[in-house]
Design a protein around this ligand. Structure first.
Ligand SMILES: *[C@@H]1O[C@H](CO)[C@@H](O)[C@H](O)[C@H]1NC(C)=O
Ligand SMILES: *[C@@H]1O[C@H](CO)[C@@H](O)[C@H](O)[C@H]1NC(C)=O
Length: 501
């Protein structure tokens, strides 16, 4: 752990020397309006959560253990506050409190995830658990009864532990296991759920989980297992998509996408090649195979990783090949692109080898860094860069033939003050970015704040608050209290405009 600790120490030193602006706003976190000040009538506003981060009830009603239960229980030191999500916001027992908040916000949609280990406690169909299915039926029915569209994510990090025992995302068997689980969800919920995300932020579990050993399963095979995890995730996504289209679409008429996270990149020297490389190694990793005309992994990744692999003495590329069959199955396998956007970076080609050998960082060969005028939130990585959202939406429009985009996550974390002006500035400027993009012809149909309520923020535990609603974790009733930002967001939803603060 010393390495990790010294990394944070180094960031701290850097932060003091370049005098990073720590939130408490003035100024930079805003964006100029361009065009129509009103969102289209059919633009959908919502909020997002995920199962492990809010549900609690980790061992109740037949739920199996997930890799995050195992990890937080075995290695509490890996969380900043040694916490876990055994109870969290207790949404499993308190969905009605979440529903009250959703109704108060007047959201059009609610994006939440299904815990695979509630449906199949061991991950396998043989362990099917009706009580888990009943729980999500109740959630979905109550949303619909209140005019709120459910957007369901099938996988948001909480893999059943039993599947990890034989390799998790490093074993191609995950493809068929995921499709079997997806079919179970389509069969049980697809009559009412019409918008699905297969996976949430693959880069964000493949890299920390299989390359950097910070997330479960804590594998340290950088530049090898992280790519394998991405490849199997992509194939599982496409296989689930094709299955839905052939077996369910005719009756259910839903749409399926994947929630991809990415930053946008800028260059101080107008180095377009570095920017392109930044986009190919981030958003492009999974969006190029699905949304580009040519399909396959992005050319910069294919070429670099192949050539580095041969130089390292390997007989083939560390990046799996998408052969003809898979390439075709994957190409076009989404009805929309789910975009999780938080922040951006400047980029330049690295002047010396990056990261470990081999690794994604080494292959990437770029140095990405924040601008010192950007306003920073609580986490060291989160700078407010709303123009990055506008620019990434235009990038998607131009590169991929203007597919539908749903912004599936965007949000700001802080210490949890109820008077959260910083968060209001952040979401206002980012909704402005979305609106500017819509006015510029981008096919953006929805915006989703992360998050409805404070929740378990992975390794940051409960030290970072992302909620429009605060959760009183110390109280037996776990009251949800609206922050100032909740009231602002409600005004946006009511008026479809961005009122001044
Ligand atoms: C939403 O409304 C706009 C016009 O405001 C229209 O061009 C677009 O096709 C509509 N989209 C959907 C998905 O209905
Ligand atoms: C927006 O995306 C939908 C779904 O992919 C597509 O049918 C529609 O033509 C797109 N609209 C525009 C203006 O490109």
């Amino acid at each position: 752990m010393w390495l990790f600790a010294s990394f944070f120490a180094a960031i701290g030193i850097l932060a003091t020397t370049i005098n990073v602006t720590e939130a408490k706003f003035d100024y930079h976190c805003n964006l100029t309006a361009k065009g129509n000040p009103k969102f289209p009538d059919n633009f959908s506003f919502g909020v997002s959560t995920s199962a492990y981060q809010i549900e609690g009830a980790w061992n109740e009603d037949g739920r199996g253990e997930s890799i995050w239960d195992e990890f937080t229980h075995k290695f509490p030191d890996m969380m900043d506050d040694r916490s876990n999500a055994d109870v969290a916001a207790d949404s499993y027992h308190r969905f009605d409190q979440d529903l009250a908040a959703l109704k108060e916000l007047k959201v059009n949609h609610y994006r939440f995830s299904i815990a695979w280990p509630r449906i199949y406690p061991t991950g396998d169909i043989s362990s099917k658990n009706q009580k888990g299915i009943d729980y999500y039926n109740k959630v979905i029915d109550k949303l619909i009864a209140n005019g709120i569209t459910p957007i369901v994510t099938l996988f948001h990090y909480d893999l059943p532990s039993e599947i990890q025992k034989f390799g998790g995302f490093a074993n191609p068997l995950i493809i068929n296991m995921f499709v079997t689980y997806a079919i179970e969800c389509f069969e049980n919920f697809g009559d009412r759920v019409k918008i699905w995300n297969t996976f949430n932020e693959p880069i964000d579990y493949c890299k920390p989980g299989y390359a950097d050993a910070n997330y479960p399963p804590q594998i340290n095979a950088h530049g090898v297992a992280d790519y394998l995890c991405m490849d199997h995730t992509l194939k599982a996504h496409a296989a689930a998509y094709r299955t839905y289209r052939s077996r369910f679409y005719e009756k259910q008429r839903g749409k399926i996408g994947m929630a991809l996270n990415s930053r946008f990149f800028y260059s101080h020297t107008n180095d377009q090649e570095a920017i392109s490389r930044g986009m190919q190694f981030n958003l492009g990793f999974l969006s190029h195979p699905i949304f580009s005309k040519t399909g396959g992994y992005p050319p910069a990744m294919v070429e670099t990783i192949h050539s580095n692999s041969l130089k390292e003495g390997r007989i083939s590329s560390r990046l799996p090949r998408l052969d003809g069959k898979w390439k075709e199955i994957i190409k076009g396998s989404a009805d929309f692109l789910g975009l999780n956007y938080y922040t951006s970076r400047y980029i330049k080609r690295a002047s010396e080898p990056m990261g470990e050998n081999p690794s994604w960082d080494r292959d990437y060969d770029c140095d990405a860094y924040p601008d010192e005028t950007w306003v920073r939130g609580k986490p060291f990585w989160l700078y407010c860069v709303p123009e990055g959202l506008e620019d990434i939406l235009k990038y998607i429009r131009d590169q991929y033939g203007n597919p539908e985009v749903i912004i599936t996550e965007n949000g700001w974390s802080d210490d949890g003050d109820l008077e959260d002006d910083d968060r209001i500035h952040f979401i206002k400027s980012h909704m402005q970015a979305a609106l500017n993009a819509v006015n510029d012809g981008c096919n953006v149909t929805g915006y989703t704040v992360w998050s409805l309520i404070d929740n378990f923020e992975w390794q940051r535990g409960y030290t970072n608050k992302f909620g429009l609603y605060a959760v009183n974790l110390n109280s037996p009733n776990k009251e949800r209290t609206p922050r100032k930002s909740a009231k602002y967001y409600r005004k946006v939803i009511e008026t479809k405009t961005l009122p001044s603060i």
